[in-house]
Design a protein around this ligand. Sequence first.
Ligand SMILES: Nc1ncnc2c1ncn2[C@@H]1O[C@H](COP(=O)(O)OP(=O)(O)O)[C@@H](O)[C@H]1O
Ligand SMILES: [Mg+2]
Length: 253
Amino acid sequence: MTSLDIRVQQVSHRYAATHALQNIDLHIQPGEFVSLVGVSGCGKSTLMRLIAGLQTPTQGIIWLDGQPPEAARAAKQIGWMAQQAALLPWRTVLENVTLAQKINRQIGKNDTSSPEDLLKMVGLTEFADAYPLTLSGGMQQRAALARTLATGAAVWLMDEPFAALDELTRELLAGELLHLWHQFRPTVLWITHNLHEAIRLSDRVVVLTPRPGTIAGKLTVPLPRPRDDTSMEFQELLRQARALLRRERVHDQ
Ligand SMILES: Nc1ncnc2c1ncn2[C@@H]1O[C@H](COP(=O)(O)OP(=O)(O)O)[C@@H](O)[C@H]1O
Ligand SMILES: [Mg+2]
């Protein structure tokens, strides 16, 4: 897998009367893990859909490895994960993963690992023949992760994929996600409204203001992983991120 850079230049987006995003400038390095945080409705999902080429910005431009997002999408370079695992319910877990690889083969992409290996990586070997809806939410997201791996996508766009899970499962899966990111090194854009999670996981945290979403600030997290959230450095970053979020909320009133 080769990872891509993402370049967002002066992007604004409107839905009829709603001004969702304004003047977003963001450059994400190949293989970088960046979190996007901000209050509900500030345009996080919109920005992700624009990067995925599912919508076109009303202003500005986006490049993935120097190409328009639509081209990266057509080349199956974009993996997408959201709160609801996008699995075919009438196919088993193994079939879901196999199918994702088959589609890749059709466009001439090489497989890296077998579907069985991918299921092993996400801890689902015993559930290969299960149907997605018979699994817990956490296991469904594991299957979705294996599916994303099977696509060989160089960019993972993750819109709060673990938000519906209980706290413990969520932390466990986030740890495993980091492990997979180390192994495959995709470029990751991770949406969360949980600052602690953002600092625990990412290389950089980008904080958005309330609508219209603009960039309130970008924080670099220079701490080695796994991160000790009781350390002074971690707590200081958390304080800075909170201040960015809070300041903008006060301004909004
Ligand atoms: N398809 C749409 N049509 C009209 N308004 C939308 C649409 N999608 C999102 N919005 C509005 O744009 C704003 C940003 O939404 P969204 O990107 O979903 O924010 P977030 O993901 O940060 O919660 C919200 O006010 C939302 O209601
Ligand atoms: Mg959203």
